[in-house]
Structures are given as structure tokens and as C-alpha cells.
Design a protein around this ligand. Structure first.
Ligand code: CP
Length: 319
């Protein structure tokens, strides 16, 4: 992100807002935090940093990984957590309150940050405009999921030792998957990245991303055929069909069966490639794939904890 002045509010809204200098600084800190997580004495010391402050987590859509890792990250830094899951029902949104009013009220309670997941595209940007404290976008509709993108990028750093010179196959529901969108935006900042988008016609990557890649001269290929280009990929980033966001007329049962990664696909992949998935997975990666060392998705989910600790540190000027 453009480096804000010391007193400026640091929001996290879109994958492309992380700049290379900040990513380098964050990755160093995440490496350190990952070590601290294994050291109870250092972890207890770390908890002094946020003591006396609190973060708010407001989730209008279901979540396992994002909410729990953000709440665990807050606890690890000493922040108290005040939050609501199912905010569509359990907050005054159920009575018709706007995001702007909700956030204005919440920011008046002086949290160190507000972590928000919302079902509408652009909700995080609207929240940021109404907020006096940092807003962290934990996923907004079909829009973006920037903290997932950073943890995905960190996964490449940890698993492959590089975030450049990669052919990245991104597949599944590219029309509705916000994690894929944020990751493509973020990866487009790095040298020598090439994308292969694998999706049925009804779930193709949207035009804004393709325009962004065209403007930057980044090569991408679109195909419905997974097997043909699988051997070229260094990274296979697989995603779930977003049943809750499918356009009218798209048959969930039909598209869901179209691309299932199985052991047969492993035989086609490079020996040193990795398979990533933001999770949850339904049927799109068969369980038999999990035992292959290239299946990185559970390690990827675990990186979310130190990544989100570092992001709290950054937005609260501890970093
Ligand atoms: N990857 C991800 O956003 O998972 P959750 O929906 O469980 O938070």
C-alpha cells in the first residue's frame, strides 16, 4: 500500500493495494511470528503489545478460517476480541441498519481495528469511508479477500521459495471466487508470472481482471480443459463452486462435477508443483489427493495465523 503517514488510518481493502516494499516487510515479520508461535515464553511477551485494546470482528457471512484465525491472531497479540458471527441476523442489520451507520457507531467504541466480512461487493470500501479506525476486508461478496491473497502469496514464499517466475493455474469458479480475484491482482505485481484460467464458460474469470492483465502485458490463457495445461503449472490454485453466488441459470450440480482433482491428475503435474485451495473444499479436490506432499492447502490455511497477526500489527502501527 502507499505508505500512510504515522497518524493515517491503514485499511486493508484490496489485494492490489499491498506494495512490494510492504510485502517484503510483512513477510519478514510473518516468518518471525511463525517462530514465536512455537515459543510459549516469547508468545506471552508478545501479548503485552495489544493489552488494553480490542478488535471487533463482524461477519455477515459464514466463515471458519478467516474469523477464527483473525480472532486467534488478536488473542496472540493481547487484543481482546468483541464480535458477532451471522451479523445479518444477530446485528441491527436485521432491522435495516446500513453498513455506514453500523461502522460509524462501532468505530466510536475505539477498537484498534474492525474485521468485516460482508455479502455485498464493495462493502469494505463503504465501511472504510465511514470509519475512524482501520477496516480489514475479510471478504466482500464477489469482490475481494485481500488477507487471503496475502496468505496465498506467503504460501508461495514458504513452499516454493519464490513469488515470481511462476505459471499459476487458477481453476474452478472464477466468476464468483473472490480469493482467486485478489490473488491474481496481487501476483500481477511480480515478474514473469503467467496465468492459466480453467473454468467452464458460465464461471469464467471476469473482464476487470483480464483487462488489468492486458494493461500490464501479463500473459494468460483461458481454457475449459484442465488436463491439457496441467503439466505446465508450478501452482494449481483450485477453488470451490460458490453455490451461494451462482448466476440464475447455472446448474450447480452440473458445474460442480465438471472439475474434480483426483490422483489421476497428480500424475500429470510437475514433481515440484503445489496444489493450493483457499478452503472450504467440497468435492473439487478428492480426499485421496491430501496425502500427496504437493497438496499444500492445509499448510496454506495454517499460514493464515501469523499472516493475520502481522496484518494487525501493521494496521495498528505496531509494525
Ligand atoms: N478461505 C476462507 O475465506 O475460508 P472461510 O470462509 O472459512 O473463512
Amino acid at each position: 500500500m502507499d505508505q500512510p503517514r504515522a497518524n493515517e488510518i491503514r485499511h486493508i481493502l484490496r489485494g492490489q493495494d499491498f506494495d512490494l516494499e510492504l510485502i517484503e516487510e510483512l513477510f519478514k515479520r510473518i516468518d518471525t511470528l511463525d517462530e514465536i508461535l512455537r515459543d510459549p515464553i516469547k508468545l506471552a511477551e508478545l501479548q503485552n503489545n495489544g493489552r488494553g485494546r480490542q478488535v471487533f470482528t463482524v461477519f455477515y457471512e459464514p466463515s471458519t478460517r478467516t474469523r477464527m484465525s483473525f480472532e486467534a491472531a488478536a488473542n496472540n497479540l493481547g487484543f481482546a476480541v468483541v464480535g458477532t458471527e451471522n451479523a445479518r441476523e444477530f446485528s441491527s442489520a436485521a432491522k435495516g441498519e446500513t453498513i455506514e451507520d453500523t461502522i460509524r457507531v462501532m468505530s466510536g467504541y475505539y477498537p484498534a481495528a474492525i474485521v468485516m466480512r460482508h455479502h455485498e461487493d464493495g462493502a469494505a470500501t463503504r465501511a472504510a469511508a465511514a470509519s475512524n479506525v482501520p477496516i480489514i476486508n475479510a471478504g466482500d461478496g464477489r469482490g475481494q479477500h485481500p488477507t487471503q491473497a496475502l496468505l496465498d502469496l506467503y504460501t508461495l514464499h514458504r513452499e516454493l521459495g519464490r513469488t515470481k517466475d511462476l505459471t499459476v493455474l487458477v481453476g474452478g469458479d472464477l466468476a464468483n471466487g473472490r480469493t482467486a480475484r485478489s490473488l491474481v491482482y496481487l501476483l500481477s505485481k511480480f515478474n514473469n508470472i503467467e496465468f492459466i484460467f480453467v473454468a467452464p464458460e458460465s464461471l469464467k474469470m471476469s473482464d476487470d481482471i483480464k483487462l488489468h492483465l492486458d494493461e500490464r502485458g501479463i500473459k494468460y490463457t483461458e481454457t475449459e480443459d484442465l488436463e491439457n495445461l496441467l503439466p505446465e503449472a508450478d501452482v494449481v490454485y483450485w477453488t470451490r463452486v460458490q453455490k451461494e453466488r451462482l448466476a440464475t441459470g447455472v446448474n450447480y450440480e452440473q458445474v460442480k462435477k465438471q472439475y474434480e482433482l483426483s490422483k489421476n491428475h497428480l500424475a500429470l503435474m510437475k514433481k515440484d508443483a503445489i496444489i493450493m485451495h483457499p478452503l472450504p473444499r467440497i468435492n473439487e479436490i478428492q480426499i485421496e489427493v491430501d496425502e500427496d506432499p504437493r497438496a499444500a492447502y492445509f499448510r496454506q490455511a495454517a499460514y493464515g495465523l501469523p499472516v493475520r497477526m502481522a496484518l494487525y500489527e501493521w494496521v495498528t502501527h505496531l509494525l
